[in-house]
Ligand binder design. Structure first.
Ligand code: SF4
Length: 239
């Protein structure tokens, strides 16, 4: 339940939960759904019910086995804050993150539940929490994220399928921006991406563009966050 990732802003993916349901327009051509169907056809046990929510408790042991600290994208094949994932299980996932020396990046479209459950979760410095904002209609997710106790907060403005004018960047540590990829990708307008980049530049918010453009602030920010994580691990004596 962990594998090397081709996503540029992470290192490996880790899936203590798989499966999901579509919740907004950004989900239309969900990569995880396509991949889950392929894995089901290959008789992979975890995907025996295709893209339905399935817990993978054995995967909770995996991060303890990694000898070197890694940057880990949590639940690339699901959404940790899906309503079918009970709080008690989310807390178990957090317990693993709290007790291992890796950086964890979590991304959700269920920002309301994230905000609701935030007080019941232990937000250590190594947990970077993000929300997807694919168009203006879901920009409220940023406010939900800002209402959590996550120490590091990021936005995935991707796949951008409409303009996002209400970008609240105060309190946001970094931003990913990009259009849709895949066989049926919906077209992205250059001005939508340019607006996000300009807002990031205006507010000194590091951004990472999925066409490979990183601004220098992003490089500095990533370095700072990784040093912060190392200090946290030394202070807490994690592993
Ligand atoms: S929330 Fe994410 S994983 Fe779930 S259907 Fe939408 S895009 Fe796919």
């Amino acid at each position: 339940m962990a594998s090397k990732s081709s996503i540029e802003w992470t290192e490996v993916t880790w899936n203590p939960v798989t499966g999901c349901d579509k919740i907004s327009a950004g989900c239309k051509y969900c990569y995880a759904e396509r991949m889950a169907k392929r894995l089901q056809a290959m008789d992979v046990e975890q995907y025996s019910n295709g893209f339905q929510i399935a817990l993978a408790p054995k995967a909770l042991e995996t991060p303890y086995k990694w000898k070197k600290p890694r940057v880990v994208f949590v639940n690339s094949m699901s959404d940790l804050f899906h309503p079918k994932v009970e709080l008690a299980y989310i807390q178990k996932v957090f317990e693993v993150m709290n007790n291992t020396p890796h950086v964890y990046q979590i991304l959700t479209k269920r920002s309301e539940r994230l905000k609701e459950l935030s007080p019941f979760l232990k937000w250590t410095d190594n947990i970077w929490m993000g929300v997807s904002v694919e168009q203006e209609e879901v920009s409220y997710r940023i406010l939900d994220l800002l209402g959590t106790s996550a120490k590091v907060k990021f936005l995935s403005v991707e796949p951008l399928i409409g303009e996002v004018k209400n970008l609240y960047l105060s309190g946001i540590d970094w931003v990913i921006v990009g259009g849709e990829s895949g066989p049926k990708a919906r077209p992205v307008k250059k001005e939508w991406i340019d607006f996000v980049k300009k807002e990031c530049e205006r507010t000194d918010t590091p951004f990472f563009s999925s066409n490979g453009v990183k601004n220098y602030l992003m490089l500095i920010k990533m370095t700072q966050l990784l040093i912060l994580n190392t200090n946290f691990m030394l202070k807490e004596g994690v592993n």
